[in-house]
Design a protein around this ligand. Structure first.
Ligand code: GLU
Length: 481
């Protein structure tokens, strides 16, 4: 019987997670969900020097926001130390590992010599052949020691990567790496294989930067007499200039995108496309579609390119797909934070905000932009667009035109788009000005701007009172100018 798929996300809590970290989490989650398997969260916190307070919270926040729920965990490696020590003991007993008592002074001298002579770097295996007596003596003396893996001198270690196919490394190029440090904490390699085995991980899905660690892992599994899981190394993510992703390309910290007002479904679609391709040109997928289509055979082995404009485009799509009440619920806090809406708005304030949001949804790419797009719906106009003023409000017919429109609108019994439109056009005709001029001038008067939503829809939403007050004020301004 096939074992059920189990994948994991195994971040190190060394800071706020990067885009690439969360893309790894996403692909591991997708693979598990696609195969009805389990997804685990494991915090690899054995390097105490690199631990950054708050990073676990940020990692979890990022996963939860994106909808990457874990079935087990979070596990903390720092709470599992005895497991690693046992494995190290077993590897020593079977001759796959040995204790190394070299002092840091000796190791430094060794490194300097290697550099000076141009010989390959790496541990010179000084302690590999200590006799049992020598080891016992050194232990008795209380000398601190690490445990090193006894790397085979020759041969090749290979594995089949689920994305890249056959991958081979020559053993002679790998050194006797440290598995267990003198403080009793394991290094990444040992902790990773012990946990992946213990947690019955079937597929190790991780970034390409780990591929050179994998032969060490394969040998550790062999040494323990365990079967290794399937390995899949995801392509690196580069900036649009094909350079390493950095601040120049936009934020690299994942949580920044949450704070900037991106929607999780947009990020989900965008991140999936960073390395996965369904085989055709389609780019737009719902989360459910991605889960049902995702598999490792469609993950590319060439670099994925991060394009911030594309992410914005996905976000605009996601915004327009949202039902209005959901979009409003997302925008309202931004309006409140900007002071455009009170902390406890009345029903009618909320209904007004919702109609305003509906009018601007088309132009919205990022949630916080709602504030500047809609400010004039909530606040008096303090300034008219200067170009618009020159072009439209300075004409001699502007003031009479705005006054006429105002009086016609006040006479309306039904304040709806078709009647508003008919009145604006009628006023233009009466005064012998073009419809275009009437529309631009009115737009400037009621919104202060030259561009925005449809004029008549905007007037309907603003409501008769605001509109009349603004038309009168603009007429005065035009007259004065
Ligand atoms: N702790 C490693 C990281 O931070 C995990 C690599 C792996 O998935 O094996 O990415």
């Amino acid at each position: 019987m096939n074992k059920s798929v189990r994948t994991r996300f195994a971040p190190s809590p060394t800071g706020s997670p990067h885009i690439g970290n969360i893309r790894t989490a996403l692909f591991a989650w997708l693979y598990a969900r696609h195969h009805n398997g389990q997804f685990l969260l494991r915090i690899e916190d054995t390097d105490r020097n690199r631990f950054v307070e708050g990073s676990v919270e940020q990692i979890m926040r990022a996963c939860q926001w994106l909808g990457l729920d874990w079935d087990e965990g979070p596990f903390y490696q720092s709470e599992r130390l005895p497991l690693y020590t046992q494995a190290a003991d077993q590897l020593i007993a079977s001759g796959h590992a040995y204790k190394c008592f070299c002092s840091s002074e000796r190791l430094d001298a060794m490194r300097q010599k290697q550099e000076a002579e141009g010989t390959p770097s790496g541990y010179d295996r000084h302690c590999r052949n200590l006799s049992a007596d020598e080891v016992a003596k050194l232990e008795e003396s209380g000398a601190p020691c690490v445990v090193r893996f006894a790397m085979p001198d020759e041969g090749v270690t290979s594995f089949t990567d689920a994305i890249r196919g056959e991958v081979s490394f020559e053993n002679r190029l790998l050194d006797d790496f440290v598995m267990l440090k003198s403080d009793g904490y394991p290094t990444y390699h040992l902790a990773s294989i012990v946990d992946d085995h213990d947690m019955e991980i079937t597929h190790v899905i991780r970034g390409e930067e780990w591929i050179s660690s994998t032969p060490r892992h394969v040998l550790l599994y062999e040494g323990m007499g365990w079967q290794h899981p399937v390995f899949a190394h995801l392509p690196i993510i580069l900036g649009s200039d094909r350079k390493k992703l950095s601040k120049r390309h936009g934020s690299v910290q994942f949580v920044d995108y949450i704070d900037q007002g991106y929607l999780p479904e947009a990020m989900f679609n965008f991140l999936t496309m960073l390395g996965w391709s369904p085989g055709d040109d389609r780019e737009e997928f719902s989360t459910e579609e991605i889960v049902s289509m995702f598999d490792l055979d469609k993950v590319t082995d060439h670099a994925a390119i991060f394009d911030g404009q594309k992410l914005l485009w996905y976000n605009g799509l996601a915004i327009r797909k949202k039902p209005l009440h959901e979009l409003a619920a997302l925008c309202v806090p931004h309006l409140q934070a900007a002071g455009l809406l009170s902390a406890e708005p009345s029903e009618s304030d909320l209904a007004y905000a919702q109609s305003v949001i509906a009018l601007e949804a088309e132009r919205l790419k990022l949630l916080p932009e709602i504030v500047e797009l809609t400010r004039f719906f909530f606040e008096e106009i303090s300034e008219y667009d200067s170009k618009g003023t020159k072009k439209w409000l300075s004409k001699p017919e502007s003031a009479p035109l705005l006054k006429l429109i105002s009086s016609k609108l006040q006479a309306l019994t039904d304040f709806t788009v078709p009647s508003i439109e008919a009145e604006v056009r009628a006023a233009a005709e009466e005064l012998g000005v073009g419809a275009g001029q009437a529309i631009h001038t009115t737009r400037l008067a009621v919104s202060g701007r030259l561009v925005g939503p449809g004029l008549f829809e905007m007037i309907e939403v603003l409501g008769i009172e605001r509109v009349v007050a603004r038309l009168e004020k603009a007429a005065e301004f035009a007259q004065a100018g």
